[in-house]
Design a protein around this ligand. Structure first.
Ligand SMILES: C[S@@+](CC[C@H](N)C(=O)[O-])C[C@H]1O[C@@H](n2cnc3c(N)ncnc32)[C@H](O)[C@@H]1O
Length: 499
């Protein structure tokens, strides 16, 4: 783990001085490193589950999805649309009033933009509009500025402008043009605006609900100081639109705080490719430093490679030197390239069909197609393959929709060992999978198993999610219920036994 000793001494700009004071209250400080730029360091120890930092977004916007959400609290019930611009929804007058100062200018701009343009607004364009309007409101002191909520922090964010491809820059310029047409702000140039789109691309966070379903996007300029690791010591979760970073490991004083920017299930090469494409850096975290070493080659082949043809062997295959096929590193059995290609082509066409069918909401047909994919993947891939894991995740989702609880439980249990392999022992997705398993077992009357699964879910999720949200209170209540039922059953059995 990185320590303070290597960090450069900093002469901070005034805005960072204010921030320094605010962060000191959390037990944090900002430093810089030659390879990663700014970073967040712990100035005290943090225990697993402890909140490292929490922050309201500078700006945020819900997703354009079929589930509508309140623009302020992101709840999805009792919603009413803004009657003037017809864009944001609010769950009641409290949220609407709290948002009004910021929405007022946005509302006028959106009404002025006309219905056609308004109907085609993407969340990213709205986020940018809100960014400029909030800057204007803070500059004019219509809304307050704080150490953790001011535009100067946005100015400090990395943008990677010099590394962005021409095609992407043209796209940003077009988006910037649209923002300028809507806002008509004289002091914002297309270049500055495009630069801000680039900042959003590497700094904005996808806001997720407690079950990690994406519900919106937000810019959290202090949380954005946290760098990435594929084996992070903390996790970023959201409570409504509040970003909450919690320690998942013990973090000692002087250590850098890391979160993961990406889904870490995958080979080192896949993770590095995603990070390079989306965040424009080459990760050198302890996991990535193993690239090319025997263990890493083996794990990558298991997660994304092919299965040994010899059914009783669970060895991993790598491409042989004449490139005609793949050779098992355990039993030496060779698998022909053409045979692999044929299955891969069939799988690709079935997978395309399955995702189209699922997207159309035809769960019954989607279920049949995914069930045809599963044995083919088992023939081609290793039993711990990521593709197989995705197929089973889809089947679980579909069977839940179809209310086939027995089928869903079967897949939930099949997914668990895959998650245990690809995720660390404290990971929200692993905790959530135990929770689903426990709920299904409880529903199907498997009380003892439900108690075990719910206990495992609580052990993980109390660290990643804390214990204060409605979601966690619900889980803790279910665990108590399962405990009481199991104790009652035991007492009844003991009583029968003693008769
Ligand atoms: C959200 S920002 C993190 C804060 C950033 N270091 C800064 O100076 O503002 C994301 C950017 O930080 C850098 N970064 C984050 N994690 C990194 C890592 N593990 N190695 C190298 N650069 C990293 C990359 O430039 C990335 O695009």
């Amino acid at each position: 783990m990185l320590g303070v000793s290597w960090a450069c001494a900093l002469i901070l700009p005034p805005v960072m001085e204010d921030l320094g004071e605010a962060l000191a209250a959390f037990g944090l400080t900002v430093s810089t490193t030659p390879d990663k730029g700014r970073c967040l360091l712990a100035t005290r120890d943090f225990s697993p589950g402890e909140v490292i930092i929490s922050q309201e977004p500078y700006v945020s916007v819900p997703n354009n999805s079929s589930t509508l959400r309140c623009d302020r609290c992101f709840m999805s019930s009792n919603l009413k649309k803004c009657s003037a611009c017809q864009i944001p929804w609010y769950c009641g007058s409290t949220c609407q009033k709290l948002e009004w100062k910021e929405h007022k200018l946005e509302c006028q701009a959106l009404v002025g933009a006309g219905k056609e343009r308004r109907n085609h607004l993407t969340p990213t364009i709205r986020l940018m509009i809100r960014l400029y309007l909030k800057r204007k409101l803070q500059k004019e002191q219509i809304i307050p500025t704080t150490a953790m909520d001011n535009y100067s922090l946005v100015e400090e964010l990395v943008d990677h402008m010099s590394e962005i491809e021409e095609k992407q820059l043209v796209l940003y310029a077009q988006m910037a043009n649209l923002v300028n047409m809507i806002l008509k702000l004289p002091d914002v140039s297309i270049k500055d605006n495009a630069q801000n789109f680039s900042k959003l691309a590497c700094n904005a966070h996808t806001i997720c609900d407690s079950e990690l379903r994406p519900i919106g996007t937000g810019l959290y300029p202090v949380v954005s100081i946290i760098n990435h690791s594929c084996a992070p010591n903390s996790v970023l979760m959201f409570e409504g639109r509040l970003a909450v970073v919690r320690a998942v490991d013990h973090i000692s004083k002087g250590t850098e705080v890391f979160i993961s920017y990406i889904e870490t299930a995958g080979s080192t090469a896949t993770r590095q490719k995603t990070l390079k494409e989306q965040y424009l850096f080459t990760c050198t975290c302890p996991c990535c430093m193993k690239v090319g070493l025997q263990d890493d080659v083996q794990e990558s082949a298991i997660l994304e490679g092919y299965q040994c043809l010899n059914g009783s062997c669970n060895g991993f295959l790598i491409r042989n030197t004449d490139d005609k096929g793949f050779i098992c590193q355990k039993c030496g059995c060779i698998r022909n390239k053409v045979e692999i290609q044929e299955i891969a082509i069939e799988l690709k066409s079935l997978e395309d069909m399955a995702s189209r069918t699922l997207a159309s909401g035809n769960y019954q047909d989607a279920c049949s197609i995914y069930k045809a994919i599963e044995p083919l993947q088992l023939k081609l891939c290793h039993s711990y393959s990521i593709d197989l894991m995705r197929t089973r995740e889809n089947l679980l989702k579909i069977l839940m929709e179809l209310q086939d609880w027995n089928g869903a439980l079967t897949y939930c249990r099949l997914i668990l060992p895959l998650y245990q392999r690809v995720y660390p022992s404290i990971h929200p997705l692993l905790g959530l999978q135990y929770y689903t398993c426990g709920k299904l077992e409880w529903l199907l009357g498997e009380t003892k198993s439900a108690l075990k699964s719910l206990t495992k879910a609580v052990d993980i999720l109390r660290i990643t999610h804390g214990t204060n949200t409605t979601f966690m209170k619900d889980l803790l209540f279910r665990l108590e219920e399962a405990r009481a039922e199991a104790a009652y059953r035991k007492t009844s059995i003991d009583a029968i036994g003693s008769v």
